[in-house]
Write a protein that binds this ligand. Structure first.
Ligand code: CP
Length: 319
């Protein structure tokens, strides 16, 4: 593995899951691999889980990690080729990224979408310029369109809840949920990309009309616009809000109630409920689900460490 930017970089997903679950029971089993190596974690946007879990994962492998909250503490980056930098930006990515490549052995980057310019966001303009100019392996800590460390975590979490001798594919449902803010599509895109690539689930996505995701990621899933119908017999329900892809970055008014509660769960196969967090209680997901026995959300967030550790180990083996 050179970079980790999407499911396309994962190689065999089952192998990565196996490695992550090994680390879950043996966190320090390869604690000298990263000795003398350093990972830089550069955040252009806020984070709690990704920031902390990736640091812990690196430390478990013997690496040093340095976090740089670039949007708050650094110079404002310029990404336009040929820009006349007489405005608010102070440092071009072509100058900054190679320096990060001198300081670190691996670079992690979090960069959110504009939600205004779909073409630029879906071209992953910011992330790809770091990759182009830094000269070292890059791990996406969430980008404009994808969140691969989260999605690997989600597959690990689902896998660890499947019976050992599982003969039938579980029904995995990704459901849209309400929110007060316009959020990126990246977690949902990424979950769809990974579940499709993993191939061990009957995968269904439910969302209101106007919220269909990019087919590039969802192709292979069944799309149902009626949430009640989609919930029937689900084994796992992954809850997430996203803003419109078609009417890019917009919140479209929805008539039906899409907030998941225990009543709605009754037609599922006693489904486990997942969410990447952070979550707005009683807006995106009800208290009774979050505090109830079907939620595996805290366990899911805990698994972020093992996903990151499996990925960093794969990259370290090649640096
Ligand atoms: N799920 C997730 O990425 O959480 P953070 O934004 O806190 O890193």
């Amino acid at each position: 593995m050179k970079n980790f930017l999407s499911a396309n970089d994962a190689g065999n997903i089952d192998d990565l899951v196996h490695t992550a679950l090994h680390f879950k029971t043996n966190p320090f089993s390869n604690s000298s691999l990263g000795k003398g190596k350093r990972i830089g974690l550069l955040f252009l946007n806020p984070s709690m889980r990704t920031r902390l879990s990736t640091q812990i994962a690196a430390q478990n492998l013997g690496m040093e990690s340095i976090v740089f909250n670039a949007s708050q503490e650094g110079w404002a980056f310029e990404f336009e080729e040929g820009a006349v930098m007489n405005g608010t930006t102070a440092e071009h990515i072509k100058d900054a990224a190679p320096i990060l490549g001198k300081y670190f052995d691996i670079l992690g980057i979090r960069t959110f979408p504009t939600l205004k310019d779909r073409e630029s966001d879906y071209a992953e303009k910011v992330l790809h310029q770091f990759v182009k100019y830094c000269g070292i392996p890059v791990i996406s800590l969430e980008s404009a369109t994808l969140h691969p460390l989260q999605s690997l975590t989600d597959i690990i979490t689902i896998s660890s809840h499947l019976p050992v001798e599982n003969k039938t594919k579980p029904k995995v449902l990704l459901t849209w949920a309400p929110h007060v803010k316009a959020l990126p599509q990246c977690v949902a895109n990424s979950f769809a990309q990974w579940v499709n690539a993993w191939g061990h689930a009957n995968f269904v996505i439910t969302n209101p009309a106007g919220y269909d995701l990019d087919e590039k990621f969802t192709s292979g899933a069944e799309i149902i616009h009626n949430q009640d119908e989609a919930l029937k017999d689900a084994d796992f329900v992954y809850v997430k809000n996203w803003s419109s892809y078609q009417d890019y970055g917009k919140i479209i008014n929805v008539d039906d109630n899409w907030l998941l509660d225990n009543k709605k769960l009754e037609t599922t196969n006693d489904a486990k409920v997942m969410h990447c967090l952070p979550v707005r209680r009683n807006v995106e997901l009800s208290d009774e689900i979050l505090d109830g026995g079907n939620s595996i959300i805290t366990e899911e967030a805990g698994n972020r460490v093992w996903a990151a550790q499996a990925v960093i180990q794969e990259i370290l083996r090649n640096v």
